[in-house]
Design a protein around this ligand. Sequence first.
Ligand code: HEC
Ligand code: HEC
Ligand code: HEC
Ligand code: HEC
Length: 198
Amino acid sequence: MSQIRTTSLALVLLSLLVFPLSGCGDRNSQADLNPSTGKHSDPAWLPTGHTIAVQDHGYACTECHGDDLSGGISRVACTTCHLGNQQQVHPLKWGQYAYALHSQFVKENGSTSCAVASCHGTDLNGVAGSGPSCSSCHLGGPTSAHPQEWNKDIISLHAGYIGTYPASSCATAVCHGTDLKGAFLSGPGCTTCHPDFK
Ligand code: HEC
Ligand code: HEC
Ligand code: HEC
Ligand code: HEC
């Protein structure tokens, strides 16, 4: 008798444990992959969908992407796109200073690893919900912070900028600082050379 009671109690406990979990079944790993196509079919999977899925049930990615997320049976390593590690898109040492430290990286490695459809776009013009256009900060196109012709002699050529570019294009937090007093690790303050600059 007590044997039967224990068993049925165990069953009740088991169903309490199992059914609430299966109620969340639409958020599990299987649901991330469309069984008929064998692909992630959420149209927003890249870039936002997979980030949210990782936060919600990241443990489930290893089933197909491998225990160390280096590909597994899916053959897609997270680092196919990410430059840092499985979780971090940018090189780890950039930390908070991507705005300044990316410059050296691109000079050394080129921009191929940025020009990815889900990252900064194949044309480097940015991707909605993901990486910004490189030209959103740069005045000279994807790989030139300043207008390209300035690179010949920036000291004399920047002097004529006022006619062509609004001062607000230098006065950004990541370029020369919103007060034009310079940005940490980035552009110098205008006052370094123009002491009487307001
Ligand atoms: C049931 C197997 C399976 C699971 C679980 C799974 N994936 Fe995938 N994943 C795949 C396969 C297969 C591909 C290659 C086909 C494709 O691109 O959809 C892939 C591709 C991807 C891609 C590249 C998509 C593209 O369009 O280039 C990303 C990003 C990705 N998975 C992220 C994740 C994340 C994050 C998780 C966990 C939340 C996860 N996957 C769980 C099988 C899986
Ligand atoms: C096809 C390219 C691609 C693949 C493959 C990929 N990711 Fe991403 N991932 C991105 C992009 C692009 C972002 C940036 C999204 C943004 O800025 O909103 C991102 C962002 C993330 C983030 C947010 C952290 C950050 O630095 O912004 C996490 C977490 C993440 N991915 C996890 C994974 C995991 C885990 C896998 C492998 C299972 C994976 N990703 C595979 C393109 C990819
Ligand atoms: C948030 C603003 C911002 C974005 C977005 C941005 N950059 Fe930059 N970039 C800068 C700043 C500021 C500098 C100058 C940094 C320095 O001198 O250390 C710079 C400098 C550079 C340089 C060095 C050449 C030069 O003219 O100084 C290269 C190459 C470069 N960026 C490439 C890129 C690429 C490629 C992208 C897009 C994937 C990109 N940048 C996106 C702000 C940005
Ligand atoms: C490394 C020193 C240096 C820095 C930093 C610098 N300038 Fe200059 N700037 C000069 C020199 C030198 C001239 C005179 C060039 C000439 O006439 O050939 C000049 C000229 C100018 C002129 C033309 C009018 C004038 O006063 O001669 C303007 C406007 C100007 N700079 C704006 C700026 C702004 C805005 C910044 C910051 C974003 C800046 N400069 C940063 C050295 C600098």
